[in-house]
Design a protein around this ligand. Structure first.
Ligand code: S3P
Length: 177
């Protein structure tokens, strides 16, 4: 079995963590949950990092972690939803692994994140409005990821099957430039 990484991208509430767990189980790997690693490094929850240090600081933490992960192999990486904001993150993850962007309809995302309070970008106001605004800004970035899977009406196991089918195909040759 190949040792390429699998990295799941996508907006909050698209199912990255759940699907990553299934993939890891099927491949006999463990999941690397980026947000959990960053919380551990900072010694505080994501919302506290945003509040104390600000979003640019958090994005730099993400960037540093991606650079480290892109040196490793055999990982199933569940990325934070904002990883696409820096195209270099997507480029680095793609260089050493299969990158798949999970998507979902805005109303499904709202339903999935409604009860949670740990996502600073969705707190303090109308969640539905925040989701639509953020999605509108980021849509071109998510759309630019070659492999995308809509999770709105599929079960996590079905999504994992689709990703494993992609993963079983040979990796594209590395680009020279
Ligand atoms: C964020 C998504 C979150 C977390 C942070 C910012 C984003 O991760 O990294 O709250 O900018 O979309 P999840 O997508 O795992 O919720």
């Amino acid at each position: 079995m190949q040792d390429r990484n699998i990295a799941l991208l996508g907006f909050m509430g698209t199912g990255k963590s759940t699907v990553a767990q299934i993939l890891a189980q099927r491949l006999g790997r463990s999941v690397l949950e980026m947000d959990a690693v960053l919380e551990q490094r900072a010694g505080k929850p994501i919302s506290a990092i945003f509040a104390a240090e600000g979003e640019p600081y958090f994005r730099q933490m993400e960037r540093t972690l991606i650079q480290e992960l892109a040196q490793q192999r055999g990982l199933v990486i569940s990325c934070g939803g904002g990883v696409v904001l820096n195209p270099e993150n997507v480029r680095d993850l793609s260089a050493t692994g299969l990158v798949v962007c999970l998507t979902a309809a805005p109303e499904i995302i709202l339903h999935r994140v409604a009860a949670a309070t740990h996502r600073p970008l969705l707190e303090g106001g109308d969640k539905a409005k925040k989701i639509l605004e953020l999605l509108a800004k980021r849509q071109p970035l998510y759309d630019a990821v070659p492999h995308r899977i809509d999770t709105s009406t599929r079960t996590p196991a079905e999504i994992a099957d689709l990703i494993l089918a992609l993963f079983s195909q040979p990796a594209p040759a590395a680009r020279k430039n």
